[in-house]
Design a protein around this ligand. Sequence first.
Ligand code: ATP
Ligand code: MG
Length: 580
Amino acid sequence: MTMQKSMLAGHEDRTIQPTGPEVSPSSDFIRDIVAADLKSNKHGGRVVTRFPPEPNGHLHIGHAKSICLNFGIALENKGVCHLRFDDTNPTKEEVEYVESIKEDVHWLGFDWSDKLFYASDYFEQLYQYAVQLIKEGKAYVDGLSADEVREYRGTLTEPGKNSPYRNRLVEENLDLFIRMRAGAFEEGTHTLRAKIDMASPNVNMRDPVMYRILKAHHHRTGDTWCIYPMYDFTHCVSDAIEGITHSICTLEFEDHRPLYDWFLDELRTPCHPQQIEFARLNLTYTVMSKRKLLALVEGGDVHGWDDPRMPTIAGLRRRGVTPEAIRTFCERIGVAKRNSTVDIALLEHYIREDLNKRAQRVMAVLRPLKVVIDNYPEGQVEELDAINNPEDPGMGTRKVPFSRVLYLEQDDFREDPPKKFFRLAPGREVRLRYAYIIKCVGVVKDERTGEVVELHCTYDPETRSGGSAEGHKVKATLHWVSAAHSLSAEVRLYDSLFTTPDPSEAKDFASVLNPHSLETLTTCRVEPSLAGVPSGSRYQFERQGYFCVDPDSTPGALVFNRTVSLRDAWAKIEKAQTTS
Ligand code: ATP
Ligand code: MG
């Protein structure tokens, strides 16, 4: 028992121990770079990474990959990983998101200790750096409108054109920039741009906008600012200010790297981090962009950000997925330089593998069929021993009550059994898990509908599990609950949200949304040991899958979410691959 407790404590532990067996990721090109830098003492033996979310939505499993990578590399090298909110767009960002992101990173098992930062902390420093560039003739205030800026930018095949404001004198630029800050101009009338090269083959280098006017309230700086720095300028400077050694980001920023380096070189910052790009995580049957996830929430296609069908961390948590399963998944998929899409079945495989080790087994009947054991004495109740987890004897046993009236799963009975259906049928014997062998001797039907509403069975008292008649063989063992002792419960069965492996390709969500992604069963019966189970506890319902207590659950009205069924699609795929 004490062993079980300490395991649970370990499970809730926030920081992954770098020496733990699960944190042994095989190396990848980023870890190779870090190792080489350590060897050559490039950063004086330091490893400082950061995870830089924009607080404009909730984190998803793609972010988990980035979190595991950044915090993982720091942990493996006795370094630190900063959590930095990239809060430069006051119009889309909210405090609610900041709090949920912190909660999700902690829940995943990582900790930033005192290294919590906000890009908005650097607004004054960023402003001074911008002034420095203006003074050196490397930035100018442009008077073109947003549309004109776009028009002048050129295309991938044609060079851009210089803005008529490009050659303003330093004094004029300084004066205008100071007045921009003071609120003298309307939104959209002026921008500050870096003076680089409008003919550069890299569009990002064609005088990128550094600042824009936004008369918006910021969740941290309030109304102090009415000009806000753009991502490309903010990000590299924030990295430099914090002394980041390896700035790891996704591939779409590869073309921004020359700009990242340009700003830091021109500003001669004391530290020049190395930007390294890796392939983002894509999953089949899943959309991963915050914008699209927001559309699902706002369109009412799901019940909020933490809907268990969502690939958000909050959704996965509510569904019953463990942080360990997510970490293992992120480690095993590895880190690559080329984009690809991972089969969702692989994620489910690691979820199952993890829950198999930790989830207590219980019996629950999702679609109940009443069964009366005719020869079982009325009023008699036996407490039978049930094993909590065959994978972990330390989890012990519990008692389950057996009595004359039971519920079995409707699916486990066929009046007319097809070939290879070995479960219950008229005249046939099956074993009840932890209990007796029963034989079906009668079927009661609804007179009007013809539906089977009750079975009559007899039991053989000699066949109690663990007893001397264990040799009496039958072809199926079924789960069951005692009617009088079981508790009623609601069970929510989830299927993928989309009907197509690549929903992002679809014209609109409506055409690819799975109308059966949620099935709610309200007449389920679960064994009495589940009375009052707290929200978040996870179980294996024998023969059915892994389930987790939903936050909606109350002691009087239990609600379970199906995390994942027992069937392992990935194991099948793998088997097919190895045998072909
Ligand atoms: P989205 O595309 O979902 O809107 P984002 O990139 O705009 O995400 P940020 O908050 O800017 O979201 O992301 C924070 C960090 O997480 C960034 O370093 C980003 O590269 C990384 N990240 C985002 N999505 C993924 C993904 N699918 N796989 C791996 N890393 C990701
Ligand atoms: Mg982003």
